[in-house]
Design a protein around this ligand. Structure first.
Ligand code: CP
Length: 317
């Protein structure tokens, strides 16, 4: 694997899941593989899980790990070419990227959608600049349109908990006070479609996702109908995708909060969320604290997904 930015890069999903299982069972088996190799983790946005799990994954592989928060301690970066740099950004990303590339062997990048220009977001301008100019393998730690390390961990978790070969998985929009990117739901949809589960997406009208990610999923606007017989309920907020509302909050209707009443419609479903989660907006205390909530093992599997991906990149270097 040269770069890792979407489900396409992981290859055969069954094989990837088997590799992940091996990594989970023997986390220190590949310490020699990463010896004297450096992974640099670059954050344009905040993180708890991605930061810590990817560092841990690198350390499990015997790698050196460097972390840079672009907006805390580094020079502010200009990202557009052709700009007269007489403002508050003293460094251009086109110099910064190859410099960072010269200090490491693999680069992880977190760069969210900015909701200023839909085309820039959906063309993954920042992530693709790292791929083009760093000279190093690049992996996404959540970019503008996808969060593949999260989705891989989600899939690993579903495989561990599922009671039937082809479970019913429901992705439900849930309310949030701020505009959040579509990266997690886009990516989750992409991976669930690739896994060929029974996959249903439910959201209020106006929150339709990009069709390239929805794929073969059933879109059901009646949330009670969507929840019925679900084996997994995956909650996430996202801002509107479609024009002219791209990046806007259209609803904060708490009727969409995941609560015990809706979960009672399911096949005793497990509750999932990528975290961080706003309690009693996205999900009730009762549901997230219930025995069917698997948000903690889901987050723990972030180490497994990151380590599996880093290992694959190291093997092809
Ligand atoms: N789920 C996830 O990516 O968490 P962080 O934003 O804390 O990294």
């Amino acid at each position: 694997m040269k770069h890792f930015t979407s489900v396409q890069d992981i290859g055969d999903l069954k094989q990837a899941l088997e590799k992940a299982k091996q990594v989970k069972e023997h986390p220190f088996a590949d310490q020699e593989l990463g010896r004297n190799k450096t992974v640099m983790l670059i954050f344009f946005n905040s993180s708890l899980r991605t930061r810590l799990s990817t560092q841990k994954a690198g350390m499990n592989l015997g790698m050196n790990v460097m972390v840079l928060d672009i907006n805390q301690g580094a020079w502010k970066l200009e990202t557009e070419r052709g700009v007269i740099m007489d403002g508050d950004k003293p460094e251009h990303i086109l110099e910064a990227i190859p410099v960072m590339g010269s200090y490491c062997d693999i680069i992880g990048v977190r760069s969210f959608a900015q909701f200023e220009n839909k085309a820039d977001d959906y063309n993954e301008v920042i992530l693709n600049q790292f791929i083009q100019y760093s000279g190093k393998p690049v992996f996404s730690m959540e970019a503008a349109t996808r969060h593949p390390l999260q989705s891989f961990a989600d899939l690993i978790t579903i495989e561990e908990y599922k009671m039937r070969e082809r479970p019913k998985v429901v992705l439900t929009w849930a309310p949030h006070p701020r505009a959040l990117p579509q990266a997690v739901p886009n990516s989750f949809a992409e991976w669930m479609n690739a896994a060929d589960f029974e996959f249903v997406i439910t959201h209020p009208e106006g929150y339709e996702l990009d069709e390239q990610f929805v794929g073969d999923a059933i879109v059901e606007y009646d949330k009670e109908k969507a929840y019925r017989d679900a084996d997994f309920v995956y909650a996430k907020n996202w801002a509107a995708y479609r024009d002219p509302n791209y990046g806007r909050v259209l609803s904060t209707d708490r009727d969409w909060t995941v609560d015990a009443k809706k979960m009672a419609l399911t096949n005793n479903a497990y509750f999932m969320h990528c975290l961080p989660v706003r309690r009693n907006m996205i999900v009730s205390d009762e549901v997230i604290e219930s025995s069917r909530s698997i948000v903690i093992p889901e987050a723990a599997n972030r180490v497994v997904s990151a380590q599996t991906v880093l290992k694959e990149i190291l093997l092809t270097m």
